[in-house]
Every structure is written in structure tokens, then in C-alpha cells.
Ligand binder design. Sequence first.
Ligand code: EPU
Length: 417
Amino acid sequence: MKKIKINGGKELEGTIKISGAKNSAVALVPASLLSDEIATIDNIPNISDIDALNEILEYLGAKVVRKDSKMIIDQTNLKNKEIPEAKAKKLRASYYFMSALLGKYKHVEMYFPGGCSIGARPIDQTLKGYRALGAKIIENGNKFIIDADELIGNEVCLDMPSVGATVNTILVAVKAHGTTTILNAAKEPEIVNVATFLNNMGAQIVGAGTSEITIKGVSKLGTGFIEVIPDRIEAGTYTIAGALIGNKLKIENIIPEHIESLTSKLKEMNVPIEIHNDYLIVSKTDKMKKATIKTQGYPGFPTDLQQPMTTLLIGCEGTSILEETIYENRFQNIPFLNEMGADIIIDKRKIHINGPKKLLGKEVIATDLRAGACLVLAGLKASGTTVIKEVEHILRGYENIIEKLANVGADIILVDE
Ligand code: EPU
């Protein structure tokens, strides 16, 4: 069992380079299946979620070459096979394969996807998109058998701006007959990255990044290239680390606009932060003001930074309030933070963080990816030693987290015992 051990209190100084975005890469890899030739994705993060997708690609017969951060995927011998439950359950993004295969072959058999256990995470909006384009769905327990004689473009109005349902509807519409319009689409930068990749291969998608996306079906996709955008959640996590315990910590390879909801909140809180073209510099302060934050879809404050941000709010004078509007079970980090010395009260979808409180190192559990990131930050700040168990969740989404933090002065190691 892998654990992360941190001796806290060490100032972070130097540069952290941000990797390719997990939530883009995990959609781009399955999207590549829509090409009938060779697709190349650069700036792929080296995380275990990508390994799990790579396994599915190879299982389907794609030839994958990975060199440094490049992934070259040859689809010429691809077969449409049922994806086994164990592979589908490894991650949420496995359902992008369901849509890419349905879009390409008009038939797919797959199981309910996995992912962090942070709420119910239904896939009804994705299925609504499939049905609108003419697919028939048979649900057999956890298994979906989906067929379409023909996929025909249609209007799909999402009940909520779901990232997954937006990407899935794009994937299924790219090769459909006629035009599909997605209304109330999610506007996350990762969606723009996926649409750009598909357009580079010959798709005709307009409006990605806005709430109305139009997809004119095409019969064939050729070769294509894309570079994964920088990971805004990784950038946000390390920026929070800098605000917590940094001394002019430089976070480079970022798109500042993608993390504006965080950086503007940090400025309101009095955190010293300088933002440049593709990097920022952030330091700690002992004059941090409390904050009120509500998670929202992009460009609002991201749910994926809610848990890391909680660690920072523990050090603020007064009561900060954080409201989670996206997932109903994203407070599993709170009991551990309280054991470490925080005073946080959960009130339905809100937490009240009474500060400032000092943190003490403890043995804690990473219940999910971003809860794990929150506890790493808490360990960096705490006095004494923090041991984080079940760190597989963290390694799914943060490339080289141990090396990146150790390089800027953290006393952090991965132990396998
Ligand atoms: N929802 C439904 N029905 C659906 C789809 C979504 O009710 O068919 C609800 C969800 O239950 C949730 C909300 O809509 O309450 C938003 O879910 P969304 O579909 O946008 O999330 P997702 O696509 O499953 C992606 C990221 C998440 C990130 C969210 C929100 C990937 C692989 N995952 O999830 O990332 O939190 O968007 O931005 O892209 C993470 O990286 O830690 C993570 C969980």
C-alpha cells in the first residue's frame, strides 16, 4: 500500500511546472477513436488515469506509441468490442469510449463508468443525448447495450451544463447525419480542447466554450494533432500551496484566464500574487482575510478546487463559508482536517470554517482525488508528520506530485509498505 509522508512546515520556494490537463487528456484519448487514421496527442500527463485509458485503447486493437509526453494512436485495426466492467469501472472517463464507439460504429456495449465517489454522478444527460440522435438503449443492471440504425442530428437541451454529457454528445454527433445543437452546454476549457482536436481531424464543431455548441456531421475523420492544455486544477492546487506556505513560489505553464475565479478570490483574501502571461508568483501572508465561496461550472469557482481551498481557509481570521453546489458528497476530507486541528462544521451543502487554526500532522486517508490534494496541502502546512493513506486516488490525477513538491522544498516522500 502506497502512502505519502510529509514533514510539514517547510517553506516552498522555486518553480513548479504545470502538466497537461487530466480532464482534457481523458477525453482526448477516447475521442481519438473517431479518426480512421492516426491521431497524435502531445503534453499527455503521466498519471494512472491515462494508463487505464491506454489499456482500453489497446484492448480495442488500437496501436499506441507513448514517447515522453506524446501519444500516437493508430486506429486502423480497431475493433468494436464490449469493454469489460473492470476496465470501465476504473475511471469516469471510460464512458467517453462509449460515445466514441457509438458515434463510429452505431453500436456499443459497455458498463457504467467508475470515478471518484463524490456523489451520485448519474449519466442520464449523456443517455438523453444518445436518444435524441436516434439511439436505442437497453440497460441490463450495470450494462448498456446501445444501437442506432442511423444517428441523426437533433437539438439536445441539457438539464444542467454537464461536462461529461457535453463531451459525450459532441462525440456521438460528430459523424451523425445532419446538425446537432447542444443547448445549456458546459463551457469548460477542456471541452474547447476536445472540439479543437476533433476539428483538426475534420469535424465541424462551432461554439465550444459557450453554452450553445453546433456540430455538423461529417462522414470521415482523418489524421489529427492536439496539445493538451495546461491543467487548471493542478495549477490551482499549487497556487493554493503557494498561498499557504510559499515564498515567491512560481507556477509556470498556466493559462491565467483558466484560473481567474481562484486568483481573483486569492487577491480579495489579501494573498500576494503576481500574474504574468503564462506564469504566476504567489507567497504566503499572515494577514489573510476570510472568504465566501460557491462552486459553479466554468468560469465560476471549480468544484475540483473546493477541497484544496478549504485547507487555505483554515488559516483565515473569522468564519469562511464554502458552498458545494455540484457534488453532494465532496466533504469527506473534513473529518480528517478536524482531526488535524481545524474547526469546520458541515451544514448540508455548506461548510463553515472557523479560523485561524493551527494544523498538526496526523494519519489521514485520501478518500478521493481532490480530498487527497487537500490533505497533501494540510500536511505541508501542519507541524509534525502527516501520513496519507490510499494515495492511489492522488496519483490518478497529479503528475509527479511528490517530485514537484520536493523540488520546491517540501519534505515529502512516497512510501510503499
Ligand atoms: N449530472 C447529472 N446527470 C448527468 C451528468 C451530470 O445529474 O447525466 C450532474 C452530476 O451529478 C453533477 C453535475 O451534474 O452534480 C456536474 O457533473 P458533470 O457531468 O459536469 O461532471 P463530470 O463530467 O462527471 C467532470 C470532471 C470532474 C469535475 C466535473 C465538474 C472529468 C473526467 N471529470 O466530471 O472532475 O469535477 O466535470 O467540473 O472530466 C476531478 O477531476 O476530480 C473531477 C471529479
